[in-house]
Design a binder for this molecule. Structure first.
Ligand SMILES: [Zn+2]
Length: 122
């Protein structure tokens, strides 16, 4: 065993997954997308009502965060959020996801509350 210690559930863990388990991770991400229901908006949601978590190599990660990082081969840390451009927090469609800061995410919530939807997506 190596004495490599993960400092958190974020960047280091994702970097390890991308480096050593990318094929398995891609398969998992694609099977989550295949199992989801596609809505009229193009959103893909899992059949559970709660935000779906993925258990993978000893960690639990939000499904949309897992899918974004694996399919874009991007490792992100705690300060980086994966934003929903469609404002549907249950959506796991990688085309609806983008990276942002925590401050951006707050702004999104405010915008969604004020205007309802992101018309640029429709
Ligand atoms: Zn969506």
């Amino acid at each position: 065993m190596s004495d490599f210690i993960l400092t958190d559930d974020g960047e280091d863990w994702f970097a390890l997954i991308l480096a050593e388990h990318i094929e398995e991770a891609r398969k998992r991400a694609n099977s989550l997308l295949d199992a989801g229901a596609r809505l009229e908006t193009g959103c893909i949601v899992s059949c559970t009502t709660a935000r779906k978590k993925v258990r993978f190599h000893g960690r639990q990660v939000a499904a949309y965060r897992f899918i974004y990082c694996v399919l874009n081969e991007t490792a992100i840390g705690f300060d980086t959020v994966v934003r929903h451009r469609c404002h549907n927090p249950l959506c796991i469609n990688p085309e609806h996801l983008e990276l942002g800061s925590r401050a951006d995410n707050k702004h999104d919530d405010w915008e969604a509350a004020a205007y309802g939807v992101d018309f640029g997506l429709l």
